[in-house]
Design a binder for this molecule. Structure first.
Ligand code: PLP
Length: 398
């Protein structure tokens, strides 16, 4: 029997759950884009965005998804024929590399597979061998949303410093910002990109690029930057329309204002701690289920697990069967496995992901885990008992 009627929980890694406050803020008539409240409100967003990225430097906003933010960042620092280094731990590193290649930039890829984080010794080797400093930037995905690996960005900075390589450190924080601790200035990240629809809890449609003075100097030496992607006027507009290279994404901006208020009212440190605690509860449940049965966390070392998304292996066809069951019977949507197998390969059905980013609390996570428990039971997939209790114990801080 289905018990799906009621409020649904979209537990996929983006778009994330949108808070009522965000939805309410967006539900309004079109504002005047020439003068008045909108103009003042947008000016207030910039310092609050920088507080989330933990930077005192520059912020540029784009009307785009994450792919747009990728392209925006690259367009400002690398010209066709130049080289970037991409250590990849899943689908998204490869995606950013592909975006670079589409711009005529040479992407040197170090692929570390789908289950282990960057091997920083190998990154160091490649940087050390680049005596001519052809590598202009290193593109690091902080949390790879397909594998749920959380990479060591401060470690990557250390490697660049130890080798004495001048490449920019560019971070994809799309799945990590306002979920996992990220310190742009403190960690020496030169460029950070994110999007609106994950930890920032706003519908898809806004991309953000943060850049420091070192990156601005690289931009200044570029022979040409696409007028639309150019971050300079967006970060330092002389007229309001320059923030967005045209008409402002009015309603998204109201949503963003509400979301930033939620984040700063809670406090960014507390936001990170909440994500960590809820992630630990999810891992505890998954470990118990896996004691007898096929369920397995994709990342074995907790130190390298995202606090925003968890990738799981359960064997085909159970991954898809479980997602179908909880969606049809429980009002819960789980994420598909991404990049673990080709979509036409039967093995594709052996994976799923849990999104736990943004506007998520204890009862949502325990309810979600209860739904997976019900699904495993209904589908007669072997699993250890006591998983939800284990998660509750973690939430209780015991
Ligand atoms: C979601 C995501 C992207 C892509 O964002 P889109 O909005 O889908 O273009 C890129 N990188 C990471 C790490 C992501 O989580």
């Amino acid at each position: 029997m289905s018990v799906a009627q009621g409020r649904e929980y979209l537990a996929i890694p983006g778009p994330s759950v949108m808070p009522e406050a965000v939805l309410r803020a967006m539900h309004r008539p079109a504002p005047n884009i020439y003068e008045g409240a909108l103009i003042d409100m947008v000016a207030s967003l910039i310092p609050d965005l920088k507080r989330v990225a933990r930077t005192a430097h520059n912020a540029a906003i784009y009307i785009s998804n994450g792919h747009g933010a990728w392209e925006a960042a690259l367009s400002n620092v690398a010209a066709p024929g130049e080289t970037v280094l991409v250590p990849a731990t899943g689908r998204f590193g490869l995606g950013w590399a592909d975006m670079a290649q589409g711009l005529g930039i040479e992407a040197q890829i170090l692929d570390f597979g789908k289950q282990t984080p960057w091997d920083l010794d190998r990154v160091a080797e490649v940087l050390r061998a680049d005596k001519a400093h052809r590598i202009k930037a290193v593109l690091g995905v902080h949390v790879d949303t397909s594998s749920s690996i959380r990479n060591d960005l401060p470690g990557l900075r250390r490697v660049l410093d130890e080798v004495g390589h001048p490449a920019l450190l560019m971070a994809d924080c799309i799945a990590a910002m306002a979920c996992d601790r990220f310190e742009m200035d403190g960690w020496g990240v030169d460029v950070a990109v994110t999007g609106s629809q994950k930890g920032l809890m706003v519908p898809p449609g806004l991309g953000f690029v943060f850049f420091n003075d070192k990156a601005a100097a690289v931009r200044a030496k570029m022979p040409r930057v696409s007028r639309y992607w150019d971050w300079a006027p967006r970060a330092d507009p002389q007229a309001f329309y320059q923030y967005f290279g045209g008409t402002a994404p009015t309603h998204h901006l109201y949503g963003l204002r509400a979301a930033l208020d939620l984040i700063h009212d809670e406090g960014i440190e507390h936001v990170w701690a909440r994500h960590e605690r809820l992630a630990q509860a999810i891992w505890a449940a998954c470990e118990v289920w896996g004691q007898t049965g096929p369920l397995e966390l994709n990342v074995s070392d907790p130190a390298y697990r995202s606090h925003a998304v968890t990738a799981l292996r359960i064997g085909a066809p159970q991954g898809s069967a479980l997602r179908d069951w909880v969606s049809r019977n429980f009002g819960l949507t789980l994420g598909i496995g991404l990049g673990m197998a080709e979509p036409d390969d039967p093995a594709w059905h052996g994976f799923f992901r849990i999104g736990h980013m943004g506007h998520v609390n204890g009862h949502m996570v325990l309810g979600m885990l209860g739904g997976i428990e019900a699904g495993l039971t209904a589908l007669e997939i072997p699993h250890g008992t006591g998983a939800v209790e284990a998660a509750a114990t973690v939430i209780a801080g015991k």
